[in-house]
Design a protein around this ligand. Sequence first.
Ligand SMILES: Cc1cc2nc3c(=O)[nH]c(=O)nc-3n(C[C@H](O)[C@H](O)[C@H](O)COP(=O)(O)OP(=O)(O)OC[C@H]3O[C@@H](n4cnc5c(N)ncnc54)[C@H](O)[C@@H]3O)c2cc1C
Length: 453
Amino acid sequence: MKFNFLHFKKKNLLKDKIYDFIIIGSGPSAITLYKKLLSKKKNSKILVIERGNFEKKLFKKVKSKHLKIKLKSRVFTVGGTSSLWSNISSYFEEFEMQPRWTKKKSNLWPMRYESLIREYGKLNNEYEFFFNMLRKKKINIPFELRPFIATTKPINFKRFINKNEIDLIYNCKINSINESSKTSIAYTSNNDAKFVAKKIIICCGGIESINLIQNSVSKGKLKNIKNKTIIGKYFMDHPKFNLGYLKYPKVHIINKLELTQKNNKIFYHGVSLPKDIQRKKKLLNSYVRFEKTNNRIFRFLEKFNIPLMKKIMIRNNTYRVRLFCEMIPNVKNSIISKKNNTYVKLKLSKIDIDTIRELSTRIKNFFSLKPKLELNFNINNIQKKIECASHHMGGLRFDNKNKLSFVDKNLKIRGLKNTYVCGSAVFPSSGSVNPTMTICALSSRLGEHLTKN
Ligand SMILES: Cc1cc2nc3c(=O)[nH]c(=O)nc-3n(C[C@H](O)[C@H](O)[C@H](O)COP(=O)(O)OP(=O)(O)OC[C@H]3O[C@@H](n4cnc5c(N)ncnc54)[C@H](O)[C@@H]3O)c2cc1C
């Protein structure tokens, strides 16, 4: 069934019903989770609660210090941010789960890499991630390669919702949650309605999931939460910007990496520093993408990367080089919610910037025939060049170390019994890859866990 909360607010029809699962949010993480729960336990009673509706896309500004948060990076609508995304996917590398910036080689993620890969494999084509088609080309160059795939018609996850399978209540913003011994309860603002389930899973997207927890705690709810002090901390993003244009590119190498289209799919490779250099110099896996400026796919992608550097001469053989950053988890980067407003502190660290310098120097020296003449390729004024960030990660992390872990390895909030978080807020490291396939892999894994127990 589908309910518009604005119509049934006063009656609060669902107040006496106890669901097996309530999922807050209706973006890719929520949809993948509800589908997995039903595939494992057919008769599960599931309620999905969504702040937005079917017609409009609503946005809300986030105040940020240093790096800007893009206004259109959080969309309140059924289907979540998949109503806007570009549908580009790849997988986390195993070394991106490890801190290359510390002396000790360890794993930040409290799960085995093989289990993440297994989950990617299970998602495969159902949600058009096409994991099995992602293959690294064998090209002998002194860089690490990363394969990407995208579809020319990005998929809106709204299309997977079947109102006969679940209850969906829309136009309904959850303001806080709390737990009793056997249930978890979601409240709208002023407690004017409440919804009860055996388990609640928060899938509100990177920033809003943190907001919801912070609001609940500030209202004196969720008293048993452990590690309250790390809520909102270690926030990360994938800032991106145009590194510049290569006027004298080594076309015979770059054309093996650049964007190509086959039917409705686009393929390309990203190029980052070799793994051993990342470890040795304590740097990250930020990568660049080469885009031929006169090609059709470039123009397609340009739709999503709005600001154009039109002033720059666009010639046949010129390549635009775009850089996509990994950020280290930094305790100083954080989110705070106060009186319905969200404040973000997000700044590149020295390691983030050193990586950009090292990578761009190597790219220019290796991929240009005349590096010294590449005047439109430099890293001056990085902070000014950076386009705002729109992959929000961290803040409610899971980690191998308990004291740094807000949720446990099964995504349950530590100290609570029935409340879980799923989405990029739990990522303990950001990697540099677009996050949604990994988010959905975690949802699918959580769905299996919840139905086993
Ligand atoms: C312009 C753009 C392009 C992108 N391109 C890519 C890409 O190519 N590849 C990729 O992997 N990723 C991309 N992303 C990121 C991708 O969109 C997100 O990773 C993905 O949508 C996250 O899914 P989610 O379900 O966790 O959160 P969302 O999709 O953000 O969904 C969260 C949902 O929760 C709802 N909600 C929030 N708070 C509440 C509340 N309090 N009560 C009730 N409901 C609530 C929201 O309305 C929303 O519907 C892009 C993002 C943007 C902005």
